[in-house]
Design a protein around this ligand. Sequence first.
Ligand code: ADP
Ligand code: MG
Length: 295
Amino acid sequence: ATPTALMVGTGRGAQLGILIKGPEVLENTRRADTIVLDKTGTVTTGTMTLLRTHTLEGTEEAEVLRLAGALEHASEHPIARAVASGAAEKVGTLPVPEDFANVPGLGVQGIVEGHAVLVGREKLLAEWAMELPAELARAKAEAEAAGRTAIAVAWDGEARAVLEVADAVKPTSAEAITRLRGLGLTPVLLTGDNQAVAESVAAEVGIGPEDVIAEVMPEDKVDVVKRLQGEGRSVAMVGDGVNDAAALAQADLGLAMGTGTDAAIEAGDLTLVRGDLRAAADAIRLSRRTLGTIK
Ligand code: ADP
Ligand code: MG
């Protein structure tokens, strides 16, 4: 393509809500044959709601919500926001933790009112040699089979509750994925969330379980991209979170959700300004047209 065609391509991109870092990006956009999609905040809205609390016999729901809500109030994770606001709605003002730490990809831990509290994946509890009692493990399995994310709450060495949170698939995601397939790309859903939840979201947008890669730690997302590249694929990756930044940089083409974090936007080659996945298909069409491969 001539420099003029490239300039026209980038200008048209801006009209479609696609910001391209430079004309050289178009070539990788044209070549992509695989598109890795982060789940939370990319395929789904990322706005989660606290739906239910399952408590262990003898544990008060209000106590669970006070302690878990207090810790999650200190985190900016979409799950944390759901738990903190759901808890505040039910129990009012939340205590301020005496100590707090984010454990990326696993949850949060800290001290609230003198209790050592954990909120997050079962794996976080396992790191502290705790496990879910059968009653809570069953609630977790049922929630996940229904496509919800189940979060464990433990304090003072004992798992005491499971919280159910869920977010919704964006109304444009399924259409976007159909269009990406139409352009010859294979979509792959990548997430730190549980396998059952990931498969349920994937099914909703037309991705089969064979193209779901779940329970991936934030620092390992980049290795998934490398592995696909090692199979000779040209990999585009779409993400929104801090935990996607390294993978976006590693991908042959990094697409950041404009509604996402600055870290993702800085790491990407291209920004989908409106956070609409259909713009990823637009970007690929546009680059192919600009570079003269389709009419
Ligand atoms: P994703 O890849 O879908 O954006 P993350 O890597 O941020 O997800 O998180 C992976 C999983 O870790 C979540 O699905 C959740 O189970 C758990 N988790 C992470 N942060 C928190 C938190 N603040 N509170 C509870 N659970 C959390
Ligand atoms: Mg995300």
